[in-house]
Design a protein around this ligand. Structure first.
Ligand SMILES: C[S@@+](CC[C@H](N)C(=O)[O-])C[C@H]1O[C@@H](n2cnc3c(N)ncnc32)[C@H](O)[C@@H]1O
Length: 287
């Protein structure tokens, strides 16, 4: 692409905060990649400008050159988190893509029948965003008639802001209209504070934590089912391989992995194999 049309020619401290030089873009992109795995190609210069402009202004940096100088010298944790957070894409909806949840609906009774009665079922949503995926899993669990079996659903995301939203379980009229059926809305949500709040039986099944997939995943424990959906698309191949390897290590025997519609383990790792007839669902290969 013709980068001269995208980047400012200079990066002097007087540069308007809403223009970024190629040098500064590359420094920010590398910073974001190293901390989160998120890859920002040259075509994302506009995105970086628009999303970081507020940070530049609020923190009174002279411009993007000033911001990158700080990143090189002594970035504090709060600034680093704000930058990464601003560069995440948190698009999500209830029962996204439908099919993984149809599979889950069929698979839960199979696991229930196979597992010892008191063994907890552990499910992890590894890029939970604002929580719709976790609550969709929880609703599916509640409707699966698993008797007294304990079920623990963990939702994690690199974005503390999104995790705080997920914990609140409060969604706008627009958000509940994306993916939720009317009977589910009436059954599992209550009108509150201008939106809809998830009810306790669903909320109680889910725990949320801020967690970066680049970090050690071992403290999270092991899981029977892992939803790692629509996040690998932001990573490069070595990062996808590393993350899938680390997830594989967290899988209980017989564990399944659910990926997003544009994601695959094919050509990335041989630690997972596709489940026959179930697009987006992969079985962890035994150790
Ligand atoms: C597009 S959303 C996907 C949400 C949900 N899984 C879905 O499929 O609807 C991607 C999420 O991945 C999170 N994310 C990006 N990099 C991450 C990382 N290194 N560790 C954990 N979460 C990350 C973002 O904050 C964002 O909320």
């Amino acid at each position: 692409m013709n980068t001269t049309t995208v980047f400012a020619k200079t990066a002097s401290p007087g540069t308007r905060p809403d223009t970024i030089s190629q040098t500064d873009f590359l420094a920010i992109a590398e910073f974001v990649r190293a901390r989160s795995g998120i890859v920002l190609g040259l075509d994302k210069a506009y995105l970086v400008e628009s999303r970081l402009e507020q940070i530049v202004r609020n923190r009174r940096f002279g411009g993007f050159a000033d911001l990158t100088a700080r990143l090189r010298s002594h970035p504090n944790e709060a600034l680093a988190n704000d930058i990464v957070e601003a560069m995440t894409t948190n698009e999500t909806l209830f029962f996204r893509d439908t099919k993984p949840f149809d599979h889950l609906r069929r698979h839960l009774p199979v696991m229930h029948a196979a597992y010892p009665a008191t063994q907890p079922l552990r499910i992890w949503s590894a890029a939970a965003s604002s929580g719709q995926e976790c609550y969709s899993i929880a609703i599916t669990v509640l409707e699966a008639s698993l008797g007294t079996r304990p079920v623990q659903i963990l939702g994690t995301d690199i974005s503390a802001e999104q995790i705080a939203r997920a914990q609140q379980g409060l969604y706008s009229e627009f958000e509940v209209q994306r993916g939720l059926s009317t009977p589910s809305l009436i059954k599992y949500f209550r009108k509150a504070d201008g939106g809809w709040r998830i009810t306790d039986p669903v909320r109680k099944l889910v725990e949320f934590r801020t967690w970066n997939l680049m970090d050690d995943l071992r403290p999270l424990g092991t899981f029977d089912l892992v939803f790692c959906r629509n996040v690998l698309i932001y990573f490069d191949l070595p990062t996808k391989r590393r993350v899938l390897g680390a997830i594989w290590e967290r899988m209980a025997p017989g564990g399944l992995l659910y990926l997003g519609g544009a994601e695959t383990t094919f050509g990335v790792t041989d630690k997972f194999v596709p489940c026959a007839g179930s697009h987006q669902v992969y079985a962890a290969v035994p150790a």
